[in-house]
Design a protein around this ligand. Structure first.
Ligand code: ZN
Length: 186
C-alpha cells in the first residue's frame, strides 16, 4: 500500500469538480482549478525566515518577477509528501487577487510568522476575472487566513511533483539576480 493511501491524503488525480462545474456554467472559457493551483506559470517557496536565508536571496527577490502584474495568487504550506509517488501535497491557506508583488509582500510582513514556510502560486489575468476566481475559490474552499466572505468548507489541496516543489518556476532567474555565482556554495 502506498503512503498516500495508507495515510489518506490527496496525491493522485486530485479533483476539483465543485469548482470546475460552477466555472463551466458561468464562463465561456474557464481556467480549471487544476491549471490554477498545479500548473501556474509562477510557483515559488519564499525564503521568509531571515535565519535560513542564503546570501542575499530574500523573498523580495522572488516577488520582483510579479512586479506590475495583476492576477490571482494562492499561499500554500506543505501538507504531506508521498514517497511512493514522489509527490508533494500542498494545503492552501489564502487566496487573493490584485498586484501580487505588493499584496504578497504585505502578507509576509503583517501575517506570516518568521519560521513558517510559504509557497506562492500566481496566474496573471485581468482584474475582473481574478475577482471572479477569487470569489469562486472562497465559495467552495475554506482558507485558514481568509477571514471574510469565505463560506467554503473543503480544504484546497495542490499536488506538485518534486521538480515543481523543489526547483520552483523561477529559481534560476532568482539566482541570476542575486550576487551568488555558484549553487555549490549553498
Ligand atoms: Zn502517493
Amino acid at each position: 500500500m502506498t503512503k498516500c493511501i495508507e495515510q489518506d491524503f490527496p496525491c493522485q488525480n486530485q479533483e476539483y469538480d465543485a469548482f470546475d462545474q460552477i466555472a463551466l456554467l458561468e464562463l465561456s472559457q474557464p481556467i480549471s482549478a487544476h491549471e490554477l493551483v498545479n500548473e501556474s506559470a509562477f510557483c515559488a517557496e519564499l525564503p521568509v525566515d531571515d535565519e535560513l536565508r542564503i546570501g542575499n536571496i530574500t523573498y523580495k527577490l522572488y516577488l520582483k518577477f510579479l512586479r506590475g502584474q495583476t492576477g490571482l495568487y494562492h499561499l500554500w504550506v506543505d501538507y504531506d509528501a508521498c514517497d511512493d509517488h514522489g509527490n508533494y501535497t500542498m494545503l492552501c491557506v489564502y487566496v487573493g487577487k490584485g498586484f501580487a508583488e505588493l499584496r504578497v509582500d504585505s502578507h509576509v510582513r503583517k501575517k506570516w510568522s518568521k519560521n513558517a514556510q510559504l509557497y506562492v502560486t500566481f496566474t496573471s489575468m485581468e482584474n475582473r476575472l481574478s475577482k471572479y476566481y477569487e470569489q469562486l475559490f472562497l465559495d467552495v474552499y475554506d482558507f485558514e487566513l481568509n477571514n471574510i466572505e469565505n463560506p467554503g468548507a473543503e480544504y484546497l489541496f495542490a499536488v506538485w511533483d518534486e521538480e515543481r516543489h523543489h526547483l520552483e518556476t523561477h529559481l534560476n532567474e532568482v539566482s541570476n539576480l542575486s550576487k551568488i555565482q555558484s549553487f555549490d556554495d549553498w
